[in-house]
Design a protein around this ligand. Structure first.
Ligand SMILES: Nc1ncnc2c1ncn2[C@@H]1O[C@H](COP(=O)(O)OP(=O)(O)OP(=O)(O)O)[C@@H](O)[C@H]1O
Ligand SMILES: [Mg+2]
Length: 331
């Protein structure tokens, strides 16, 4: 097979990295985490959130779709791509990645460095909102205005598209993790119980962010802040609704601000067509309903919200001629 058949897309997420390979689809979906030996700093594992043995630290080198720790991100992506290409060690892929809206020339250079380290022949940068909308199945080429909201680990991104381009965008530093922290703070304040991130995530998924029916409760297990012993409490779901109010309002404000920056002729379209939710946050029960009420527009979830960005980038992998029709930049 020719090396040209090896083109790949990498959705570099703060929580997970997803890799799409031409004609194969998404072949890798792993935590964007690196486990290091706490003493020597030597990397012992890529793509794992924790190590069973003590004396290790987990690093999350990606933030808001960009390398926060350049060195670790480059090594992480190189490692993942080598795994994907294990049968063809000399593969030099054409790489497609998402470019966050508002990225600076320095951010582009950081992504170029990732591609260089991965021995890519070329790097194609697709606006993040465009990738998300394509992956969510939105018909982006016509002139109608469409909104996509991506709620990831630490970032929520709103983009309005028309004629195949992002015409307005907004980003706020809240995502699934901010909601976990809000829940952990609530449980500590109300019950003196400490929850780690995984426990808070579990409560969030079980409870959702809706509070109906009124009598719904969830059982929460954690460590007593005083005695250190494990203890369980019953928490009304209504409290979780209250605790997640602030991060959700931040997302709503980002969406409203983006609509305000839109060309006025598109605003009516948005009210009618509404927004599509992607990213892990889209799976949170009740969130769509809350956003719909706050934004006064229809809000629906994409079919595969976790994979939408990778699938959208994958459209370019399958058909590089898309570049001529939809805005993206080759490096
Ligand atoms: N089933 C679920 N229910 C509720 N929340 C979920 C679910 N699955 C994932 N999440 C949330 O989604 C978040 C991760 O989403 P996603 O995988 O889209 O992030 P990412 O793409 O790695 O991050 P980013 O786009 O911010 O760089 C986590 O914070 C998690 O809390
Ligand atoms: Mg993402």
């Amino acid at each position: 097979m020719s090396v040209l058949g090896l083109d790949v897309a990498v959705d570099l997420g703060a929580a997970r990295t997803r890799i799409y390979v031409k004609r194969r689809g998404i072949v890798l979906d792993e935590p964007s985490a690196v486990v290091r030996d706490a003493m020597t700093g030597k990397v012992v594992e890529y793509g794992a959130e924790a190590h069973p043995d003590g004396g290790h630290e987990t690093c999350w080198p990606v933030n808001a779709g960009l390398p926060a720790d350049g060195e670790l991100t480059r090594r992480l992506v190189r490692h993942f791509l080598r795994r994907v290409h294990r049968r063809r060690p000399f593969a030099r892929p054409r790489l497609v990645m998402a470019l966050p809206e508002g990225a600076t020339p320095i951010d582009r250079a950081a992504l170029r460095d990732v591609a260089y380290e991965a021995e890519a022949r070329t790097l194609l940068l697709v606006p993040h909102g465009l990738a998300a909308a394509l992956g969510a199945g939105l018909p982006v080429k016509d002139g109608a205005g469409r909104m996509v909201i991506d709620i990831g680990r630490d970032t929520a991104r709103v983009a309005v598209l028309s004629h195949g381009a992002v015409v307005a965008a907004g980003t706020v530093p809240v995502g699934g993790r901010a909601m976990n922290l809000a829940i952990a703070r609530l449980v500590e304040r109300e019950h003196g119980l400490l929850l780690d991130e995984a426990a808070a995530e579990d409560v969030k998924r079980r409870a959702g962010t809706d509070w109906k029916p009124l009598h719904r409760h969830v059982i929460v297990r954690g460590r007593d802040a005083g005695t250190g012993r494990e203890r369980a409490v019953t928490l009304p779901v209504q409290l979780i609704y209250e605790a997640t109010r602030q991060p959700i309002e931040t997302v709503v404000r980002a969406a409203v601000g983006t609509v305000e920056r839109c060309p006025p002729e598109l605003v009516a379209d948005l009210g009618e067509r509404g927004a599509v939710l992607v990213g892990g946050g889209a799976l949170l029960r009740g969130l769509g309903r809350r956003l719909r009420a706050a934004l006064c527009m229809p809000v629906r979830r994409a079919e595969q919200p976790l994979e939408s960005v990778a699938l959208g980038l994958g459209r370019y992998v399958e058909d590089l001629s898309l570049v001529r029709r939809l805005k993206a930049t080759v490096h």
